[in-house]
Design a protein around this ligand. Sequence first.
Ligand SMILES: Nc1ncnc2c1ncn2[C@@H]1O[C@H](COP(=O)(O)OP(=O)(O)O)[C@@H](O)[C@H]1O
Ligand SMILES: [Mg+2]
Length: 268
Amino acid sequence: MSEIKKALEKARKEGKIPLKVALVEDSPKDRAEQLPSPAYSQTRSVQVDLKKLIDRKVFSILKKDEVADQYKFLMTRILNKTRPNGYNTIEIASFKEGEGKSLTSVNLAITLAKESRQTVLLVDMDLRRPSIHRILGIDLAPGLKDYFLNGTPIKEILIHPGIERLTVLPAGGRMDNSTEIMDSHRMEALILEIKTRYKDRYIIFDAPALNVCSDPLILASHVDTIALVARAGYTTTEDITFGMALLKDKNILGIILNDSGIRRGWTY
Ligand SMILES: Nc1ncnc2c1ncn2[C@@H]1O[C@H](COP(=O)(O)OP(=O)(O)O)[C@@H](O)[C@H]1O
Ligand SMILES: [Mg+2]
């Protein structure tokens, strides 16, 4: 049994976390054939290049695909855990950089938007290393940085990337003082506002890693629940122990095991 598997099993036995899986592998060439048609809305719109999304491993855009199916499975687990509790704000964090938070956030947000007929807002809350814009191929700004520094209204920042029912709030640029902003009343008010204004909407926050700064910990106090991403062959038992200790009083939804490889067929 691998280290990560042992750590996850142990956490599960302790009743702390329901475990979920998202598996991503290289894309076969025929994936582009089943791209959906673009969709538009009244929010500032761009049409993301759907073929490029596939190059960036955003397979959730596809109708019939083994990786997309993994995200659907993950979505079902998340819906089952959040709906009965009325949770609509979910932070996606991880133990360290590179575990796949941003890719998972994008794929999960698209899957929820497409498959659950739920409207979804994807927020790039990794204010130090924003990347949602890069994955989707949209502009970094305007974004949260403009809201916090220049008072740009949120409605001018929201962007519709041409995927039905999905809206994105980009970071707007790197912010070295992100922790100060995360801990501010304005941030608390902003999250409360989007949570209550869009009660029927799932709001997915892509956050920084737990070992980088306190932003994900502070954000965890503002959201309903937090899902952690661990990456097979990369996240260690120590990483998980460290992260779980930091989050001991937070509402953890579960751990998403990323990149475990479809053909190996790991399930939890
Ligand atoms: N399951 C996966 N399969 C293949 N590549 C992945 C997988 N998950 C993440 N990656 C790649 O690993 C890198 C880091 O992922 P990212 O989502 O940016 O991590 P994080 O946001 O946690 O720092 C990116 O290049 C991403 O495309
Ligand atoms: Mg990231």
